[in-house]
Write a protein that binds this ligand. Structure first.
Ligand SMILES: [Fe+2]
Length: 288
């Protein structure tokens, strides 16, 4: 081998190592830390649910991004859950932009799952490097949250997969409050046009939600907030918080979930108007 070839290989090796260091550094920033203010004997938690930021996309509205950061920071949530589509096409420069955006939230406790846009162009590999896993799990006392990657690379349709059914049952058993989060909606959302991209095995996952008495399923994808209840499970969809791709006369939004023992409230915030738009208070059946 020529000397020049060796120099070139060394250069490439250094470059790859530095690249990995950058990604590992990002990963540390998004690790979940213990939340201290869960009340003994009960559950009291403030969760912000945001989705479909599409930070790097043509339709991203910077003004709405700034409003979102300001509004979320003023709510001082315990946890921020992000149900995918941080990017438009899953490229690394897009992930870098998305990470810089997420870092502006003062709440350091974030759980993120990928959306169909993030999985494009092998973006799911970058996602894994940055966030550590496509299937995050978090538990705190009586509450547990499991994130599922519902994407298939370069396909917009959702898919959970039989291989993950046992994971849902296993991880969430023995908790009082059980939360699943995934990008794709399991139940059609009104006002979002022709139904498409719903996970191909949504029926089987809905059955698991009922059998395992899952309290909440949080999703995004359709860019419109909605609340459904089926059996004892609330299916909450977040709208897009920062993208111009809005359905009809809808508005950019995020969800704020306040969980207490026996009840919860869901507030939908309008990011454009910087105000509370809708509020729902519902009872919460906690399995014995
Ligand atoms: Fe999506």
């Amino acid at each position: 081998m020529l000397k020049n070839d060796n120099i070139f290989i060394n250069f490439l090796t250094d470059l790859l190592q530095n690249f990995n260091k950058i990604l590992r550094g990002k990963n540390e920033k998004f690790c979940i830390i213990q939340i201290k203010n869960v009340k003994e004997g009960g559950i009291c938690m403030k969760i912000v649910h945001i989705s479909d930021l599409h930070v790097s996309g043509y339709n991203f509205v910077e003004k709405w991004g700034n409003s979102l950061i300001k509004m979320v920071n003023s709510l001082n949530p315990d946890l921020i859950l992000v149900t995918g589509d941080l990017t438009d096409d899953g490229y690394i420069y897009e992930y870098e932009k998305a990470c810089s955006f997420l870092e502006r939230f003062s709440c350091k406790n974030k759980i993120v799952v990928p959306g169909n846009h993030d999985a494009r162009n092998e973006g799911y590999l970058i996602f894994e490097k940055i966030f550590g896993t496509r299937f995050p799990f978090y538990q705190n006392g009586k509450l547990a949250i499991l994130g599922l990657d519902s994407t298939e690379p370069d396909i917009d349709d959702g898919h959970i997969g039989r291989e993950n059914y046992a994971l849902i049952r296993e991880k969430l058993k023995n908790f009082e409050i059980k939360i699943l989060m995934l990008h794709h909606h399991l139940i059609p959302i009104p006002g979002t046009g022709r139904e498409r991209n719903i996970p191909v095995d949504a029926g089987d996952v809905l059955k698991i939600c009922a059998e395992e008495k899952i309290n909440f399923v949080l999703s995004g994808h359709k860019h419109l907030p909605w609340l459904w209840k089926l059996e004892n499970t609330y299916f909450i969809t977040a709208g897009t918080a920062t993208s111009f791709r809005l359905k009809g006369y809808s508005y950019p939004s995020f969800n704020f979930l306040e969980i207490e023992k026996g009840s919860f409230s869901l507030t939908i915030f309008n990011v454009e108007k910087e105000r509370e738009e809708e509020k729902f208070k519902r009872s919460l059946k906690i399995p014995k």
